[in-house]
Design a protein around this ligand. Sequence first.
Ligand SMILES: *[C@@H]1O[C@H](CO)[C@@H](O)[C@H](O)[C@H]1NC(C)=O
Ligand SMILES: *[C@@H]1O[C@H](CO)[C@@H](O)[C@H](O)[C@H]1NC(C)=O
Ligand SMILES: *[C@@H]1O[C@H](CO)[C@@H](O)[C@H](O)[C@H]1NC(C)=O
Length: 381
Amino acid sequence: MKFFYGYLILLGVASLTCTTAQDSMNSTSYSYDSYSESECDHAILRAANLLSSWTYPCNGILPHYDKANQVTLGMSLTKLRGLDLFKGTIQMNVWMNLGWSDPRLAWIAAECGNANITKLHLPPSEIWVPDITLFNSNSPSESLMSGVSAIAYADGSVLYIPPMHLEATCTMDLTDYPYDQHNCSLKWGSWAYDASLITIDSLSDSIDLSETFDHPIWDIINTKATKHTDFYSCCPGETFEDVTFSLVVRRRETHGRIASSVVTAWLILIVFLISPSSAGVRIVFAGSVLIALVVLSAALSAEVPAYSTTKLGRFLIVGMLILALVSVVNGLIYRFYPKEKPGQLIEGDGSSPPRVLLIIDIGAFLSTAIILGISTGALFV
Ligand SMILES: *[C@@H]1O[C@H](CO)[C@@H](O)[C@H](O)[C@H]1NC(C)=O
Ligand SMILES: *[C@@H]1O[C@H](CO)[C@@H](O)[C@H](O)[C@H]1NC(C)=O
Ligand SMILES: *[C@@H]1O[C@H](CO)[C@@H](O)[C@H](O)[C@H]1NC(C)=O
């Protein structure tokens, strides 16, 4: 209860300071009529300086306490910097677009009647700026106070468009890599004020992409902006509003990565084109295909975390297992196949190979082909 009174008193003192300062400024009466038009600019500048001295105690004080302060929020994406698949973050450069109304500023802008100055550029540190925050930010330093000016209009509306570098967390499903697409959200809301004091509306139902530069890897497929009402465990009974911007990005054309893996894996079948009588050559060939698959997996694991969760990673692992089995089978064939005598090139001459080896060979060929077919198909479903 004590706390509550303290708060009331603080509020009272602060608003008193605001109004008295405002009154005294009115009474000292900077009569802008006595300035010529060009001088009026300087007068306004001076007014802005004055303004900073009298609003200073007010810059933490809401414009309205009797009703909710309405803030409109828009986001314009200027550059998608990229997705960090390992950290699970999306990085981008944006212009936030905040609009609200602060009647304490309307008075100043309306003063300079003759010069018809309808707006003032004010440093955001000198005025009240809503504490809109990115809730799922991954970097601690983001702040709306970027140092660019806010624009106050004669009617008291304020427009503030700070450019920001954002890094937000984003849940990513990499199963379909390299055909993956991700839906990343940015949740913006007032950090401390509930919906009875600050309400947020989105300026449009999507992210503005008119200023966006293309990203070499990611294509922006779709964007959305939706307003939500949230409840938090800190503050039972209070509702908080937020606007969540989401964007869906898809990796650009990457058939190359799939193609190199598929082609390499299917090379395994060439092992069976080589005569079983030279099973040693078969093993050497299988070994070189295995090395190629290991190199491809290494390249994949450098690009994607936990690469075995991707379909492509699983395909490569299956390829390596097949190669291991093929090598074992050919090791057996090599061990038990009748050796050719030197200079005897025609196959089948001399002692005929045991039939069981030929059956194993054909069986291994067929099952390799079937497993390769199934796992290649699984890449694309
Ligand atoms: C400031 O002065 C104008 C006219 O000089 C008056 O209409 C207005 O009410 C005054 N504002 C305050 C806050 O006293
Ligand atoms: C001041 O400018 C606004 C628009 O720029 C115009 O609507 C208004 O009539 C002008 N006022 C005077 C006094 O010239
Ligand atoms: C992203 O996912 C959220 C939650 O599932 C959904 O509300 C939103 O519409 C999606 N965004 C897009 C652009 O489809």
